[in-house]
Ligand binder design. Structure first.
Ligand code: ATP
Ligand code: MG
Length: 334
């Protein structure tokens, strides 16, 4: 096996949270060392699938770009770009929708959850979201997709789409593998630890943002829901404590067992204070670097434009081949 081709996308919701950081962004930074290439895309076209404001979308896109750079993405070592700049993604979406079953899209958990949250319009874009996601990944023939646990079902679907395309048209699209972190693949809401920490549909007090000030982090972790017991250990009956143990293990770059051992004699109060300090230390450098980078939107645009050029060169041959095999346009290869 050669070096992996790594691809992942992240929504331009600006206020990225600790779940995004631990489940996705941290893996991106590590992926830069292994991927040839490592490709990261800010998916503005996915963002229009739910209610949004156009001016706000542009601002949040810059926020997200600055967060990723602040977290350690280096445009010299990865391809970082804005999805809508590379038109191949939308074209491939339509082509692949021809080999995607309606029934499969109907079964997607994320569609069911997010369509239930919409007040005015359940858009066709929300339904087609996984096909655009499949196009994002398959266009680059990516072998590895670093994501949180919630994206497993979408990765399975894109594998199925690639298989079906290959069978039907004799193509050689690559079925990507998902890569989820061993610890922290599903960070839970601090107030409702049965649900994932999330941009949409989580509690405000239970969501730690990457750009939160230390005071806010301490406050939210201080009031994190635990349980009526007193032991700092993981267990199905202890979702709140289990989540905090995983968070501290990630922040300290150790494992959950070591955290349990260290806090075996401690009460919840001391434990939560330690988690807060760990998270403050984890996120402070990102927040500080973000403050330096975010004001210069022209510099952020320049990074995205250079990334888009590299991405286009990678995606275009795949889309040309898919078109050709599907009989779209004049025959390109004889
Ligand atoms: P939304 O709720 O609008 O879908 P989100 O919080 O899931 O937003 P995304 O931009 O869709 O944010 O996700 C970016 C990445 O973060 C994805 O790889 C996703 O799997 C990961 N991720 C999201 N939430 C969590 C979480 N609670 N724990 C671990 N990883 C997560
Ligand atoms: Mg999501």
């Amino acid at each position: 096996m050669g070096a992996p081709i790594i691809f992942s996308g992240i929504q331009p919701t600006g206020r990225k949270h600790l779940g995004n950081y631990i489940g996705a962004i941290r893996q991106y930074v590590e992926g830069q060392e292994r991927g040839e290439p490592a490709i990261f895309c800010i998916v503005d076209l996915h963002a229009i699938s739910v209610a949004y404001d156009p001016d706000d979308l542009r601002q949040r896109l810059y926020d997200t770009t600055a967060v990723l750079l602040a977290a350690g993405l280096d445009p010299e070592r990865c391809v970082l770009f804005r999805q809508s700049d590379v038109r191949e993604h939308t074209e491939l979406t339509w082509l692949l929708s021809g080999v995607t079953a309606h029934g499969e899209l109907n079964r997607m958990t994320q569609f069911k959850e997010k369509s239930g949250q919409q007040r005015e319009l359940v858009s066709a874009a929300l339904f087609l979201y996984p096909v655009l996601q499949a196009a994002d990944v398959l266009a680059y023939r990516a072998t590895e997709v670093p994501v949180g646990e919630d994206q497993k079902q979408h990765i399975e679907l894109m594998r199925e789409i690639a298989r079906r395309f290959n069978e039907r048209f004799g193509g050689d699209l690559v079925e990507p593998e998902h890569r989820i972190p061993a610890v922290g693949a599903r960070i839970m809401d601090l107030q409702e630890p049965e649900r994932k920490m999330s941009t949409t549909g989580a509690t405000e007090a239970g969501t730690l943002y990457v750009l939160d000030e230390p005071g806010a982090i301490r406050k939210k972790l201080g009031s994190a829901v635990t349980d009526s017991g007193r032991e700092v250990r993981r267990g199905e009956d202890k979702p709140g404590v289990t989540n905090l143990i995983e968070v501290l293990a990630v922040a300290r770059e150790t494992n959950p067992e070591a955290v349990e051992a260290e806090f075996a004699e401690a009460g919840y109060g001391d434990f939560k204070t330690a988690v807060a300090e760990g998270v403050v230390e984890l996120l402070a450098p990102v927040r500080e670097r973000y403050a330096e980078l975010r004001p210069d939107e022209a510099a952020l645009e320049a990074v995205l434009a250079a990334g888009a050029e590299k991405a286009r060169a990678l995606a275009a041959p795949t889309v040309a081949e898919v078109r050709d095999l599907m009989g779209i346009g004049p025959r390109a290869y004889s």
